[in-house]
Design a binder for this molecule. Structure first.
Ligand code: HEC
Length: 143
């Protein structure tokens, strides 16, 4: 019985925040915009992912890159599902993420890799809680 519940729980978590686009079309969560369009938050996240990937490449090449994604929009961008962002957890983990962004931006060259890893860790900890689907992809960001 317990395993049954766990399975249902996992399945609903994955459906609520699938990493694959295929899931999005079959989702019928009521929302203000067309369900087939990507949410502002999803677009921001994709931009963050690409920017992080660039940082990773440049750090590995011995450069000193800066973040260009607008991290604060984490709190204003429209999500696919309001429940994903309305919790205290989301706010706490979001603030921790913003702190990690600031530390990276102000980091001197010698600590850049360290701060970068904290940043990826910070993506992971929010995702573990609010949106496990993309974690496999985010893992590619580690140095
Ligand atoms: C405070 C919580 C939080 C943090 C921090 C966070 N994410 Fe997300 N992420 C989410 C939520 C919630 C969604 C679902 C957005 C939606 O569907 O509207 C998401 C979605 C995504 C997606 C899937 C977007 C798509 O195509 O639908 C990717 C990729 C992603 N995040 C990468 C990252 C990366 C990389 C970082 C760190 C640089 C990060 N996230 C930090 C909460 C977070």
């Amino acid at each position: 019985m317990r395993i049954f519940f766990l399975t249902i729980l996992c399945a609903s978590l994955i459906l609520a925040c699938g990493s694959e686009q295929v899931n999005e079309e079959s989702q019928n969560t009521p929302s203000v915009f067309s369900p087939n369009e990507d949410s502002e938050l999803a677009l921001l996240m994709r931009f963050m992912y690409d920017d992080m990937y660039r940082l990773r490449t440049e750090i590995k090449a011995g450069k000193h890159p800066k973040i260009t994604f607008p991290a604060k929009e984490l709190f204003t961008a429209e999500p696919t599902d309001e429940n994903q962002v309305s919790s205290d957890h989301y706010h706490l983990l979001g603030k921790a993420f913003l702190a990690a962004v600031n530390q990276f931006q102000e980091s001197d060259y010698s600590q850049l890799s360290e701060h970068y890893e904290v940043l990826v860790e910070s993506c992971m900890s929010c995702h573990q809680y609010s949106c496990p689907g993309p974690m496999r992809r985010i893992r590619n960001l580690y140095l």
